[in-house]
Design a protein around this ligand. Structure first.
Ligand SMILES: NC(=O)C1=CN([C@@H]2O[C@H](COP(=O)(O)OP(=O)(O)OC[C@H]3O[C@@H](n4cnc5c(N)ncnc54)[C@H](OP(=O)(O)O)[C@@H]3O)[C@@H](O)[C@H]2O)C=CC1
Ligand SMILES: CC(=O)[C@@H](O)[C@H](O)COP(=O)(O)O
Ligand SMILES: [Mn+2]
Length: 382
């Protein structure tokens, strides 16, 4: 039996992880953590019987504790609760499916406790990859990618013990605004940005896809996961989201992973790796898909991707500032306090203001995050 802890069990990745657990008798959910959705957490506890579960706020945890008082489950809250769930002694693997850099400390706690990491939470690697990757290597903890592109790259690398590859071809759908120009984007609303052409996902990553910031975060995620230079990662816009990414080898051979856009495959692959198991989902029909197309990203219209490369090349604390500014900008867009086109403006402003700290530790990363939020509040008079 493989015992699984899920950080973010009520979200898009979290609920799909539980669907995989439901379909595989040798997987068991032993620990669940979520933010505010007490109703869904109660249902999950009643179906999956974890030994421990957590909500972010004390009030939500108290409500949950009372609702499930008939069951033998420990209810915890806050960051201490997340850390306890991440390092819960019974679990073998921790699925990091919280959204945002709040995942840094629980991911470190899980690695320090020797857990295999199934990593969806890309913001943690973007901001703390220089801490996470060496720590995982030192503790001999595998970090298995869940993000669809990184899973595709990982699958395309099977059989290669080293990373002597020529390039990674990181595919991007282009999002709902592909083909539009800057003047068109001025008119785009939150509702427009939330209409991803191919994937059904949480709101934050959906907005990030529309701004191409998601691809910028994924470039940094790939750099850390596969130990390649930024020059070895090429973003390729592929509107059909069928080629989930590819690896180009030194002899020119390109190996890719293809399939319909469905996160259940990368989630299951991370949970049962190195096995491949049957999947209860529709399979790809190439005749129905008819054509696969590829184009270069438009970084003039979508400066978020160029800013991500700039932050990644600068390194140190700059990716944290890029990421924190984006987390705040997306929150403001979701609250309708800014327009979609302001996202890259906020990122650029935050990055210009920041003096990079080389090799920041966790305290410095969290401090850079807080300073970025404060800087944006001041500039935007919030
Ligand atoms: N969705 C997808 O298909 C993909 C997602 N990813 C990445 O995976 C991560 C999760 O994305 P997604 O599932 O879409 O996000 P969702 O917004 O759907 O889910 C986020 C989850 O995190 C929980 N959460 C939020 N804040 C806290 C907190 N303070 N403490 C504990 N739990 C918290 C939420 O709980 P609640 O709802 O109860 O508040 C929810 O369970 C992101 O980093 C994203 O970029 C990567 C590839 C694909
Ligand atoms: C499903 C997944 O992995 C998302 O991160 C996806 O990549 C979003 O699509 P685009 O960013 O390519 O639009
Ligand atoms: Mn992705």
């Amino acid at each position: 039996m493989k015992k699984v802890a899920i950080l973010g069990s009520t979200g898009s990745i979290g609920t799909q992880t539980l669907e995989i657990i439901r379909d595989n008798e040798d997987l068991q959910a032993v620990a669940l953590a979520a933010g505010q959705n007490v109703d869904l957490m109660e249902k999950q506890i009643r179906e999956f019987h974890p030994q421990i579960a957590g909500m972010w706020s004390e009030e939500a945890a108290a409500d949950l504790r009372q609702r499930v008082s008939d069951l033998p489950v420990k209810i915890v809250c806050g960051m201490d609760g997340l850390l306890e769930i991440a390092s819960f002694p019974e679990s073998d693997v921790v699925v990091t499916a919280v959204v945002g850099m709040i995942g840094i400390r629980p991911t470190i706690a899980a690695i320090e406790s020797g857990k295999t990491i199934a990593l969806a939470n890309k913001e943690t690697l973007v901001t703390a990859g220089h801490i996470i990757m060496p720590l995982a290597a030192q503790r001999k903890v595998p970090i298995l990618p869940v993000d669809s592109e990184h899973s595709a790259i990982f699958q395309s690398l099977q059989g290669r013990a080293d990373n002597q590859i020529h390039r990674i071809l990181l595919t991007a759908s282009g999002g709902p605004f592909r083909g539009k120009k800057r003047a068109d984007l001025e008119q785009m609303t939150l509702e427009d940005a939330l209409k991803h052409p191919n994937w059904s996902m949480g709101k934050k990553v959906t907005i990030d896809s529309a701004s191409l910031v998601n691809k910028g975060l994924e470039v940094m995620e790939a750099k850390w996961l596969f130990d390649v230079s930024l020059d070895q990662i090429q973003v390729v816009v592929h509107p059909q989201s069928i080629v989930h990414s590819a690896v180009e080898y030194d002899d020119g051979a390109v190996i890719a992973q293809l399939g319909l856009p469905d996160m259940k495959l990368p989630i299951q692959y991370a949970l049962v790796y190195p096995e491949r198991r049957p999947m209860h989902a529709p399979f790809m029909d190439l005749f129905a898909i008819h054509q696969l197309t590829f184009e270069a990203p438009d970084t003039e219209t979508f400066p978020g991707l160029a800013l991500a490369y700039r932050a990644a090349r600068e390194g140190g604390s700059m990716p944290t500032v890029f990421n924190a500014a984006n987390e705040m900008a997306v929150k403001l867009l979701l609250q309708k306090k800014i327009r979609f086109v302001q996202i890259p403006e906020i990122l650029e402003m935050a990055m210009e203001h920041h003096h990079t700290i080389e090799n920041p530790d966790v305290v410095q990363i969290l401090q850079a995050e807080a300073e970025t939020y404060e800087q944006i509040r001041q500039e935007m008079k919030l």
